[in-house]
Design a protein around this ligand. Structure first.
Ligand code: GLA
Length: 389
């Protein structure tokens, strides 16, 4: 979408005139390192070229107005910079509202209101982080338009804070970080304990990242997610009785195996095992990538799926079918559920010359076994959030 198109949509909604800024923030796909980001572990996501576009014009009063091209029936949602509070309203506009509120909480109160229009092209419920992209987009629009100059990493943290406190989803930092900090053709190897990161080139010779949308999103995603997070915290508390660690991510797999009996509940023990082993797999996968060993990277992706299915229990039948069918394809190096779980997408590494077979065979088998239709995207890795000129 171009700046001109966005400005036209904006003028149609709010009227012409004034200075209108136009922006984009991407969604993300995570290659490996799932449910590690709230355990002080590593993640390896990349920004997509799909995401959320936005246009903004600063107002002189304290009124806030929001309009989403994706939810036209919701009309223009009106609020004020002084009347925002968690838990007051529902609906899509709670994401940008949460970010305005979080700006104030984090020491960046807005001097006045603004009119905001957004338009996203991430498939709904796909788990490709449409909410994080909306949060990062809002943060960047506000920071830029009000001359606040907030660094991108801080915008990611503000987005996460607002989602945790305003929207009640206890997410980690991965999605917002990927949306804010993504770099074209690279994945981000992020240590969520320190927020140190490095970019790893993902333009692989003859191999592409394929995202498969199950078109399934089971309810309870947020509540199950928050439960997993609590279970990991409980495991950490029990382990801290016997070892001095700040997070599960600080444990090696050997240390975990030795200490695991001190976690009393077997379910909690399985959750912690996933967090520790997935962190190890992520570090090993990035090492393998750097060494040019894509086969090993793919195997670690498969192991990640199995662990998410059996130990963390955030998969579901549809996602297992997609992964199992992908594993059967010659030329598919690895495939796993990506994101929070309970539906959404798988991510696979597929040799270019096997992509057509992958799409037709996995698609047909998925429909045969579930009665559903999957969508396939051969992914381009895009740039993090930015102004569109
Ligand atoms: C969701 C959350 C992320 C992360 C993933 C699982 O996408 O928003 O913070 O925890 O689930 O890896």
């Amino acid at each position: 979408m171009t700046s001109k198109e966005l400005k036209e949509l904006f003028a149609k909604t709010y009227g012409k005139g004034g200075e209108i800024g136009t922006y984009f923030a991407p969604g993300r796909v995570n290659l490996i390192g799932e449910h590690t980001d709230y355990n002080g572990g590593h993640v390896f996501p990349c920004a997509l070229t799909i995401g959320t576009y936005g246009a903004i014009r600063v107002r002189e009063d304290d009124v806030l107005r929001f309009f989403s091209v994706n939810f036209p029936n919701g009309g223009v949602v009106t609020s004020s910079i002084h009347s925002l509070a968690p838990g007051k309203d529902t609906g899509w506009a709670n994401y940008p509202k949460g970010v305005v509120w979080a700006f104030e909480q984090k020491g960046h109160p807005l001097p006045s209101g603004a009119d905001i229009l957004v338009c996203g092209n991430i498939p709904a419920g796909s788990g490709l982080s449409s909410s994080a992209s909306l949060e990062v987009l809002t943060g960047l629009m506000l920071s830029d338009s009000f001359g606040l100059d907030i660094p991108m990493e801080e915008l990611a943290l503000i987005g996460q804070f607002s989602e945790n406190t305003f929207n009640g989803m206890n997410c980690g930092i991965m999605d917002q970080f990927a949306s804010a900090m993504g770099q074209k053709d690279c994945a981000i190897f992020l240590d969520t304990n320190t927020l140190e990161y490095e970019y790893a080139p993902m333009k692989l010779d003859g191999i592409r990242v394929v995202v498969t949308n199950s078109n399934v999103k089971h309810s309870l995603v947020t509540s199950e997610y928050n439960t997993r997070r609590r279970q990991c915290e409980q495991a950490l508390t029990e382990l801290q009785e016997v070892v001095d660690i700040p997070s599960l991510g600080a444990l090696t797999t050997e240390m975990f195996d030795f200490l695991a009996p001190s976690i009393s509940d077997p379910v909690i023990r399985k959750r912690a095992k996933h967090a520790v082993y997935e962190n190890r797999r992520t570090i090993d996968a990035v090492d393998a990538l750097k060494a040019g060993n894509i086969e090993l990277f793919g195997k670690l992706m498969n192991a990640s799926h199995v662990s998410l299915r059996d130990d963390f229990e955030v998969s579901c039948r549809e996602m297992d079918v997609l992964a199992e069918e992908a594993w059967k394809i010659d030329g598919c190096l690895g495939s796993r559920i990506t994101g929070g779980g309970f539906g959404g997408c798988t991510v696979s590494l597929v040799k270019e010359d096997a992509i057509d077979a992958f799409i037709s065979q996995v698609g047909a088998a998925y429909t045969k076994r579930t009665g559903l239709k999957a969508d396939f995207y051969v992914v381009d890795i895009g740039q993090g959030a930015h102004a569109i000129l």
